[in-house]
Design a protein around this ligand. Structure first.
Ligand code: GRG
Length: 305
């Protein structure tokens, strides 16, 4: 299927649109990752192993869906979406290491350090992260001001005041009893910051949004980031490892605080429904232009893996 363009995107069903964006991002990642035979071949093969052929590509989908609000060029969205997915892939590789979550299954396959080795997995994460910024800084991607803003935004979202900071809080929280605001802060950083960045990057790829539109989009991004995590916590204790493609029940086994451990399953489900409502309410300002974001919010609420 060819990539969606601003002229045909409205005509595609959500399922076709999603498949088309996923295929486009897969092809873009395959192109921008160094070939498996390029020296150092083992590292490059491991980078490709950790990034390609798997993953729902939720963050790239958010980039593309947010890009529809600002009539963003498809090629620019592809670069921004690929950069976010590289950061996400790096975070999963490092998260699975024995010094972090110590997991053996990811996207239905052995984790990167199991398939290769720990040192290689560490370098895979490092290299994927560097590649993300390399991609955003390439000269033909956009105008320099926009590129700088995107580099800064992604750097902030993935660093110690964003995803890596959230991971640090997560590691300290093992065996602790966090209250709801503390849990929310941890997830706003660990999972939410990159999801928020994906939405912001999509919004930045096209024509300038008004201040009111930017505020609404950011409100949406924060709510949908939290929604993603609440659903993840619910799936961790209701779905099995085969469906999830990762080890189910990990959080409870590791004595990690989650929305389910804090609120119970039913209230966690109610919270997910509330967050969905708040996310959709934030999109009303965009009317029909927000259609894909609305559909994507529902996909993120109803996902089974
Ligand atoms: C190591 C700096 C560093 C950060 C790690 C993302 C993360 C922070 C840890 C992952 C642990 C985890 C399972 C978090 C819950 C939410 C989450 C990020 C799930 C995985 O994302 P999906 O469902 O995965 O989008 P796919 O495989 O579909 O890409």
């Amino acid at each position: 299927m060819s990539p969606p363009t601003s002229s045909n995107v409205g005509a595609l069903s959500f399922a076709d649109w999603m498949r088309s964006v996923q295929a486009q991002v897969e092809a873009s990642l395959a192109r921008c990752l160094p070939p498996g035979e390029a020296i150092p071949a083992r590292l490059h093969q491991a980078m490709r192993y950790a990034t390609l052929n798997g993953g729902k590509r939720v963050r790239p989908l958010l980039v593309f869906a947010a890009g529809e609000l600002s009539n963003a060029p498809n090629a620019r969205l592809e670069v921004a979406a690929s950069a976010v997915e590289l950061i996400h892939s790096y975070s999963l590789v490092h998260d699975d290491l024995p010094c972090m979550d110590d997991d053996v299954l990811r996207r239905g396959r052995p984790t990167c350090h199991v398939e290769y080795d720990e040192a290689t997995a560490l370098l895979v994460g490092d290299s994927l992260q560097s590649l993300a910024f390399d991609l955003l800084a390439r000269e033909d991607f956009a105008d320099c001001t926009r590129q700088l803003e995107m580099v800064r935004l992604l750097g902030h979202a993935s660093g110690s005041c964003g995803m890596a900071g959230g991971q640090s809080i997560d590691l300290e929280a093992v065996g602790q009893c966090l209250n709801q605001p503390e849990l929310e802060l941890m997830h706003a950083l660990k999972t939410g910051a990159l999801i928020r960045a994906a939405v912001q990057l999509g919004g930045l790829c096209g024509e300038a949004l008004s201040a009111a539109e930017r505020d609404s989009l950011d409100r949406f991004a924060k709510r949908v980031g939290l929604l993603f995590q609440v659903v993840d916590d619910i799936l961790d204790c209701t779905a099995n490892s085969v469906t999830l493609g990762k080890t189910a029940g990990k959080d409870a086994a590791a004595e990690k605080p989650t929305y389910v451990s804090l609120l119970g399953l039913e209230r966690a489900r109610e919270l997910a429904a509330d967050l969905r409502g708040q996310a959709l309410a934030a999109l009303t300002i965009f009317a029909a232009r927000g259609q894909r974001l609305v559909e994507l919010t529902d996909f993120m609420t109803q996902r089974k893996f």
